[in-house]
Design a protein around this ligand. Structure first.
Ligand SMILES: NC(=O)c1ccc[n+]([C@@H]2O[C@H](COP(=O)([O-])OP(=O)(O)OC[C@H]3O[C@@H](n4cnc5c(N)ncnc54)[C@H](O)[C@@H]3O)[C@@H](O)[C@H]2O)c1
Length: 380
């Protein structure tokens, strides 16, 4: 399938690096309204720069638009692509308002087009291993999950000096404005919904821990703690912050055991289990505190070794192009996508409810639902 990238900023390098894992996807053109950035990006990767977005929209050979613009542009860019009859894969969030995300999903349905939203973490080898292990009852009945998305005090870690392979500065201003919850909650929410099903209610608590980060930015919350009540009866808690020290662990607590995974940004991350039955209070306490070091964990073999060329720079070991590839395969095989419009819309509503956009506690009854995505063929 012929595809196009809109947005040639920081994340576009992740897509360029992992594009080579999917040779059936042909990048025909790239567009960015910042034409200097567009030229630099295309020169680095040897991609063709379009002269305008309209040129891409009018090119009938391009069937999929990959929207890598800033969140505030997502809705407009995706809507224009759908109107022009193109499938859309959008970076997160699908839209900044639930009503806009619903409008995009309705438009895609009306036009018979696919609409998917990043992240595609739940299609990774580690996430598929976690989901399969829990599905097969290896922790007994699961009742609770704790997902941490703590990214460290980025304002103290040189965020203004970070840049991508092709030289795009890390967009710290936009990241702080959008906030760490909209930026990061999806990396675990996708896996949690794939594992425990849709969410009926979200209760979130947000606060601003560091009002002065040394840069002029709006006071967006930099900590959110949210509880997801899945329709299945399982409860998940997601924490997002850019203050607490880096921790991307996931724990799933079941009656028969506890599953522990170390890192959602690594498709090859370690997964382990420790049992809960027949050990007594002292051993349970020792194991529970030792799990972060991997002590006492019985390793779970990954369903397969991650198969892709990993990014050469940065902290992610993820195949960013696996999401668009899933969309393309779903079209070719005339089957539901594992990142369907309904799934992406539901994820968008969950993340917006977690974010809250205002400090304090907030309970949201969700208005969207989705089917649970089927396992990847190599993880059944
Ligand atoms: N920065 C990261 O580490 C990272 C990681 C994963 C995902 N993401 C996601 O990727 C998306 C983009 O983030 P980024 O870090 O690449 O930002 P960025 O600011 O580096 O790049 C975004 C690019 O989009 C362009 N753009 C914005 N609106 C446009 C429009 N209407 N038409 C054409 N071009 C437009 C901008 O000129 C800019 O070059 C966001 O949704 C973000 O959440 C970012």
């Amino acid at each position: 399938m012929n595809i196009a990238f809109i947005g040639a900023g920081f994340v576009a390098d992740y897509y360029a690096t992992t594009l080579r894992n999917h040779p059936h996807l042909v990048l025909k053109a790239v567009w960015d309204r910042d034409t200097a950035r567009l030229a630099k990006y295309c020169a680095h990767w040897k991609f063709k720069a379009a002269r305008s977005y309209e040129e891409i929209l009018n090119d009938r050979s391009i069937e999929l638009v990959i929207n890598l613009t800033n969140p505030s542009s997502h809705y407009e860019v995706s809507r224009a692509a759908l109107e022009a009859g193109k499938h859309v894969y959008s970076e997160k969030p699908l839209a900044m308002q639930v009503s806009d995300a619903k409008a995009l999903a309705a438009l895609a349905e009306k036009k018979g087009l696919q609409l998917s939203g990043a992240p595609c973490t739940h299609l990774g080898e580690a996430a598929q291993t976690i989901i399969k292990t829990v599905r097969e009852g290896k922790v007994g009945t699961p009742r609770l999950a704790y997902a941490e998305l703590d990214d460290g005090p980025i304002h103290m870690l040189g965020m203004q000096s970070w840049s991508s392979e092709s030289g795009a500065p890390w967009p710290w201003r936009d990241e702080l404005e959008v906030g760490c919850t909209l930026e990061h909650a999806g990396y675990y929410a996708t896996t949690l919904v794939s594992m425990f099903g849709p969410v009926k209610r979200v209760t979130a608590c947000n606060t601003l821990l560091v009002p002065d980060k040394g840069v002029p930015t709006p006071p967006q919350p930099d900590l959110s703690i949210g509880v997801l009540e899945h329709e299945s009866g399982v409860t998940s808690r997601i924490t997002c912050t850019i203050y607490a020290s880096h921790d991307h662990s996931l724990r799933v607590f079941g009656d028969g055991g506890v599953l522990v995974a170390g890192e959602c940004w690594d498709y090859g991350a370690g997964v382990g289990i420790y049992p809960r039955r027949g050990m007594g209070l002292r051993v349970e306490k020792r194991l529970a505190s030792a799990h972060r070091a991997g002590i006492g964990l019985v390793p779970v073999k990954l369903v397969r070794k991650p198969k892709f060329e990993w990014k050469t720079r940065g902290s992610n070991r993820m195949d960013f192009m696996r999401g668009p590839a899933e969309l393309v395969e779903a079209v070719a095989q005339k089957r539901p996508s594992r990142i369907s419009a309904q799934f992406s819309l539901h994820l968008n509503e969950i993340v917006l409810a977690l974010d809250g956009r205002k400090p304090g506690g907030l309970t949201t009854e969700l208005t969207t639902r989705c089917e649970v995505p089927s396992p990847m063929p190599w993880a059944t």
